[in-house]
Design a protein around this ligand. Structure first.
Ligand code: CA2
Length: 150
């Protein structure tokens, strides 16, 4: 049997509050539920996920760097760092891994400052506005990309 695709799932600042605050914007699903759903979905996709959340930019950069040579792709919701962090973009680009950027909300239907992403330009794909289901869609798309005929 082929090796499982090793996918790193990163969640940025404040996403640990999911399900507890602002459900009208971000839904009622908790981060633990999202991570459990991804682990279950991965089993049916010849994949395995490692999920990690941090409120700290440098910690996220460290985890991205650690993925080099150890992971096959990255799913990331950079949270507010989406709109501010050249460091996260540079780290993702340096890995040379396929990256899918996820947002729970449709950032383009929100304030102007959320319309710019430092990550989208180096991402394979961007999913925005599908709520928690966006993570599963991202995982599916990333695995399909990894399994594409070359
Ligand atoms: O829609 C998304 O997933 C965002 O990445 C979420 C970020 C926001 O800054 C981006 O513009 C879009 C904010 C995450 C905050 O998460 C919370 C969850 C529950 C309660 C409060 C904040």
């Amino acid at each position: 049997m082929a090796e499982a695709h090793r996918i790193l799932v990163l969640h940025g600042p404040n996403l640990n509050l999911l399900g507890q605050r602002e459900p009208e914007i971000y839904g009622r699903t908790t981060l633990a539920e999202i991570d459990a759903g991804l682990a279950a979905a991965a089993k049916g996709m010849q994949a395995e996920v490692e999920c990690f959340q941090s409120n700290h930019e440098g910690v996220l950069v460290d985890r991205i760097q650690e993925a080099m040579g150890r992971r096959d792709g990255i799913v990331i919701n950079p949270g507010a760092f989406t709109h501010t962090s050249v460091a996260i973009r540079d780290a993702l680009a340096a890995t040379d891994l396929p990256v899918v950027e996820v947002h729970l909300s449709n950032v383009f239907a929100r304030e102007d400052f959320r319309h710019r992403s430092y990550v989208s330009g180096i991402a394979l794909a961007v999913i925005s506005g599908l709520g928690a289901g966006g993570y599963t869609a991202a995982l599916q798309g990333l695995v399909a990309h990894l399994e594409r005929p070359v």
